[in-house]
Design a protein around this ligand. Sequence first.
Ligand SMILES: Cc1cc2nc3c(=O)[nH]c(=O)nc-3n(C[C@H](O)[C@H](O)[C@H](O)COP(=O)(O)O)c2cc1C
Length: 372
Amino acid sequence: MSFNTFGHMFRFTSFGESHGLAIGCVVDGVPPRIPLEAADIQRELDRRRPGQSRFTTQRQEPDAVKILSGVFVNEATGRQETTGTPIALLIENVDQRSKDYSDIKDKYRPGHAGYTYDVKYGFHDYRGGGRASARETAARVAAGAIARKIVPGVTVRAALVQMGEHKIDRSRWDWDEVGRNPFFCPDAQAAKFFEGYLDGVRKSGSSVGAVIEVVADNVPAGLGSPVYAKLDAEIAGALMGINAVKGVEIGDGFAAATLRGEDNADEMRAGNDGKPLFLSNHAGGILGGIASGQPIVARFAVKPTSSILTPRKTVDRYGANADVMTKGRHDPCVGIRAVPIGEAMVACVLADAFLMHRGQVGDAPTWPFAKR
Ligand SMILES: Cc1cc2nc3c(=O)[nH]c(=O)nc-3n(C[C@H](O)[C@H](O)[C@H](O)COP(=O)(O)O)c2cc1C
């Protein structure tokens, strides 16, 4: 099995490598009659695009998306809408510079996937990491843009909450700030600090990691499945599947282990709007693998970029010791561009859960239930 496909009912298969002709995906399972223009997808791709500030890789990729199939102008509405057939999306690679990697042709970059791909497939695509490159994540963001249109009312947002050892001040959290600085950071003061900090890291030929928090609001209670496809497990898998992610937390995550039961369990009261009112959200919006209707909160930790200018010890394909230094163009903190990717993956999980829920339970009775 190759596992290039994500999802159950909302599913996409991505293809392409860093230095190939193009990348893209085929998105299947999208319900018909959803308005969809290339601009809806482009908006999200533009947030992930490289080369937009000195804090990300200088590779210049316009990431212009083409919708090849699966849409048609609906005469009744005059809009371009999904037809229910597979939606193929294509993004051309235009700024490959394979020459940058010729020095490391036979050497493995420590921390990158060169060795493991070679040991598994017998191929070493040294050009920008081949299929292991985060170029592939453009396909995820494109699929995520479609996923966002599937669950009515849901919003999925993410923000960078830690860079290296420096955490933001959560009391200064402002979602509007996320779009105003090059770090997707909700704390303006922290973003200002990150400028000097990351310049220093980059100039020293090094890199740092980051933590990103994803919040999904207005998720209908009931989405998700118990036992083997728990919504939290699906989200954790989706986030862990992003390049360079080494940890995922839902709600309080690892900190929940330090709480007492009376502090951790989110107390409930009858709300005024026909929904229960939770007095806290330690669970991160998921109980028993099923959405509670509270905001879904997930965090993921991204490791520091492994391609750095500082020489590192490695081995080559033929068994000899070597030193490696990666010139090329790299993000000094890949966690920055991971922000829209994390949003996209959570949006895909929620779209998938929504379609599966609708498929199995349809119009289930709603809480509060009538007493017999
Ligand atoms: C947005 C983004 C950009 C990335 N860019 C680079 C890069 O320029 N250089 C690099 O060594 N790794 C980069 N990575 C990480 C590698 O793709 C990743 O570490 C590699 O595929 C090995 O997989 P693993 O870290 O998940 O084990 C990037 C990751 C993301 C999310």
